[in-house]
Design a protein around this ligand. Structure first.
Ligand code: NAD
Length: 485
């Protein structure tokens, strides 16, 4: 492993193509597997946020990036993909150190998808085409898709690399410049990514990283030098960001929370359904916006499925995230662990849920480990069913008919993802159409691909990431009209 020194130096910010030592308050960056600090991150001061926005503004206005052809931008982004691949092990180690996610997933999913994103949007940078339009008048009329200018990208703690890349790669492909604020808990890979992109040939000021908490994010969103806001995080913060962006009429995409239902019909392949159910809620220690955290099971197979899921949840390997076969690592921090514990207690002591697996901190381990937990016999109006817990906690409910299953699945404020397990093809199409969610999986759970747009319905937000849709969030359309005479 290459030692990831640069982002581990205390209090670093990345502004205008180089490191700065942040002058603001410092907070510990903690390894969740041990509970010990590995470095400190600075809360960027107002002056530092302004400096980052000014650097991005200068870089944008100078045309050093926005003035390049798509082909030239594409070459830099392909080089970035290759460099990220070259540093894959270093980035995976850094991501696991910062988040506690099992190293096998950091390598395969987090770093793997980061490379794929840069390659994909490098390809799309070539083809940001407009269209000619038949106006009915003697004129040539056409459209152009142009960048917005300076993008503020604000990301959460659970997939630091992927969720920064899913904004940075398309924003850069379209010709924007970016100021990125990663989550206060997990800033390390964002800092290293900025450095690698500079090495790949990104001009100074095109990508800047400021660390810190909500106040830093808020200053960015309200900043007059920012033209577009891209946010992933909780619904509560998304609402504030949408309101702040509206005050200055900035376009914003907000990718928010979820409470996704997985429907198991009695005709499903029960082995595959049980696998989808368990992997769907333990993946990333349940800190997965698209986690399948509500299991709805048709009554004839309810008891069998509950027994299978509880048994499998109890057998999932929990432990050291650096061990090669670990599937569930620690929660990302103390506050996340406390939130999960309090929801499980609420469900069991006040909402009548039956605890059939887990329900406790893993005391034999030092970090923030929580055992995969299954709560059965829950009511639809219980808070453990309606609210996002964001930990390895599954609620299980029974249903009789397809209509009832769809009504229960759609019966929360969220609409990020949903899934159904069935061997009936007609039902698969019918229910996929009826579920109010931006992503539906049939006979699996959790598959994402860079070509497929994803984003929320209802309180899970608006806008799409991934796919060509993800690129177009970073362009605005101009019409050009030229009379023939
Ligand atoms: P969070 O909303 O607490 O924080 C997200 C980011 O917003 C952080 O960088 C934070 O510092 C910043 N922030 C906080 N207050 C702000 C403000 N007033 N103005 C500007 N920025 C502010 O989310 P989190 O706890 O880091 O992440 C978990 C949440 O993210 C969950 O709700 C999860 O479902 C959601 N999420 C959604 C998706 C998706 O694609 N829809 C993906 C991953 C995570």
């Amino acid at each position: 492993m290459t030692t990831p020194t640069a982002p581990l130096a205390p209090g670093r910010l990345y502004i205008d193509g180089g490191w700065r030592s942040g002058e603001g308050l410092r907070r510990d960056v903690v390894n969740p597997a041990t509970g010990k600090a590995v470095t400190t991150a600075a809360d960027a001061t107002d002056a530092e946020v302004d400096a980052a926005v000014e650097a991005a503004r200068r870089a944008y206005d100078s045309g050093v990036w926005s003035g390049l052809s798509g082909r030239e931008r594409s070459r830099v982004l392909y080089r970035a993909a290759a460099l990220i691949q070259e540093h894959a092990e270093e980035l995976a180690q850094l991501e696991t150190l910062d988040t506690g996610k099992p190293i096998q997933f950091s390598r395969m999913i987090d770093v793997g998808n980061t490379v794929t994103h840069f390659e994909y949007y490098a390809g799309l940078a070539y083809s940001i085409d407009g269209a000619t339009r038949q106006t009915g008048l003697p004129a040539l009329a056409y459209t152009r898709h142009e960048p917005y200018g300076v993008v503020a990208a604000i990301t959460p703690f659970n997939f630091p690399l992927i969720l920064s890349t899913s904004k940075i790669a398309p924003a850069l492909a379209a010709g924007n410049t970016v100021v990125h604020k990663p989550a206060e808990d997990t800033p390390l890979t964002a800092l290293r990514l900025a450095e690698l992109l500079t090495e790949a040939g990104l001009p100074a000021g095109v990508l800047n990283v400021v660390t810190g908490g909500g106040a830093v994010g808020e200053r960015l969103v309200r900043h007059p030098g920012v033209d577009k806001v891209a946010f992933t995080g909780s619904t509560a913060v998304g609402r504030k960001i949408a309101a702040a962006a509206a005050e200055t009429l900035k376009p914003a995409t907000v990718e928010l929370g979820g409470k996704s239902a997985n429907l198991i019909f009695a005709d499903a392949d029960l082995d595959s359904a049980a696998h989808a159910a368990v992997s769907g809620f333990v993946f990333n220690t349940g800190q997965f916006c698209m986690g399948g955290t509500r299991l709805l099971v048709q009554r004839p197979v309810y008891d069998e499925m509950l027994a299978r899921v509880a048994g499998a949840a109890g057998g999932v390997p929990v432990g050291d995230p650096l061990a090669p076969h670990t599937v569930v690592g620690p929660m990302a921090g103390q506050r996340h662990l406390d939130k999960v514990k309090s929801y499980v207690q609420l469900g069991v002591t006040e909402e009548g849920a039956t605890l059939v697996a887990g329900g406790h901190r893993v005391e034999s381990l030092d970090g923030y480990f929580f055992a995969p937990t299954v709560l059965a016999d829950v009511r639809q109006d219980a808070r453990v069913v309606q609210e996002e817990i964001f930990g390895p906690v599954l609620t299980v409910q029974a249903f009789d008919t397809e209509e009832e299953a769809v009504a229960l699945a759609n019966g929360t404020a969220f609409g990020l993802a949903a899934g159904l397990q069935t061997s009936d093809l007609g039902r698969a199409h019918r229910v996929a159409g009826a579920l109010k969610a931006g992503m539906v999986w049939v006979n699996t759970w959790g598959m994402l691909d860079v070509t497929l747009p994803f984003g929320g319905y209802k309180q899970s937000g608006y806008g799409r990431e991934y796919g060509p849709e993800g690129l177009h969030e970073y362009t605005q359309t101009k019409s050009v009209y030229i009379p023939m005479s």
